[in-house]
Design a protein around this ligand. Structure first.
Ligand SMILES: Nc1ncnc2c1ncn2[C@@H]1O[C@H](COP(=O)(O)OP(=O)(O)O)[C@@H](O)[C@H]1O
Ligand SMILES: [Mg+2]
Length: 224
């Protein structure tokens, strides 16, 4: 591991990365360091970490141009699998859902819907839209993070799968608030599409239910 990073205090441990808080030219930053997975062959492990680091950094840089709130990237070290990016103060949306008032909850999810709509219309798939990958700042801004699984696609199916993950997370982790949150998300998502693209938008949303049914069908099959 990079020596500079080793000296810093661990800030968060995610599924595939350790996050360290620090300063970069006087700016508050996060060093996202992708950790090696012992179950992978060394050479493959290095390749995966290297490519996900580059993939995430490139996505963050591109997506910032659409006016979507994502952390600004300052440095990329693919060799060491480290991205230096803006530290976003605040909380994960996951930890706020049950304590927010309904109006605020709707506002946040509508904003998330708008951001994802803009991403999809520009051929970007987030790849991991969960309530842990959405941050809310003290001045009530919504930030999207964690683009390690980001991909490019203009495919309806890929966009539906992206939304389907959020739907599953809402149902399984925030069941009581699922309806309010998902409705507000779809409202924001639809708002991004204009007359000429609204048909595609509706196909994407309809296909989320098709994926859901397919899932159930498979589960039922597995039980037999
Ligand atoms: N730029 C950031 N500013 C503040 N906190 C962050 C930032 N990036 C990540 N985090 C925190 O670290 C956690 C894990 O980071 P994430 O990028 O989601 O890694 P993983 O790929 O391991 O899930 C996030 O859920 C969030 O709480
Ligand atoms: Mg994450």
């Amino acid at each position: 591991m990079n020596l500079e990073i080793e000296k810093k205090k661990i800030f968060k441990k995610g599924a595939e990365a350790s996050l360290y808080y620090g300063k970069w030219f006087n700016k508050d930053v996060i060093f996202k360091y992708r950790i090696s997975k012992k179950y992978r062959l060394d050479i493959i492990d290095k390749k995966i970490r290297n490519s996900r680091t580059l993939n995430e950094a490139r996505a963050l840089i591109k997506i910032k141009n659409y006016g979507i709130n994502v952390p600004c990237v300052y440095e990329i070290d693919p060799e060491e699998s480290i991205i230096t990016m803006d530290y976003i103060p605040g909380e994960k949306l996951k930890d706020l859902i049950s304590i927010l008032d309904i109006q605020k909850l709707e506002d946040y999810f509508k904003k998330v819907g708008i951001f994802i709509g803009i991403l999809h219309q520009n051929g970007h798939i987030h790849g991991d839209i969960t309530t842990s990958n959405i941050l809310i700042t003290p001045n009530k801004e919504v930030f999207l993070i964690d683009f390690g699984l980001h991909d490019y696609s203009d495919n309806i199916e890929d966009k539906s799968v992206d939304i389907h993950l959020l739907k599953r997370v809402l149902i399984s982790s925030h069941g009581d608030y699922y309806k309010i949150c998902f409705k507000a998300f779809l409202e924001g998502y639809r708002d991004c599409y204009n007359e000429s693209s609204i048909e595609e938008c509706e196909s994407i949303i309809l296909n989320v239910d098709v994926i859901e049914t397919r899932g159930r069908y498979i589960k039922k099959e597995e039980r037999l």
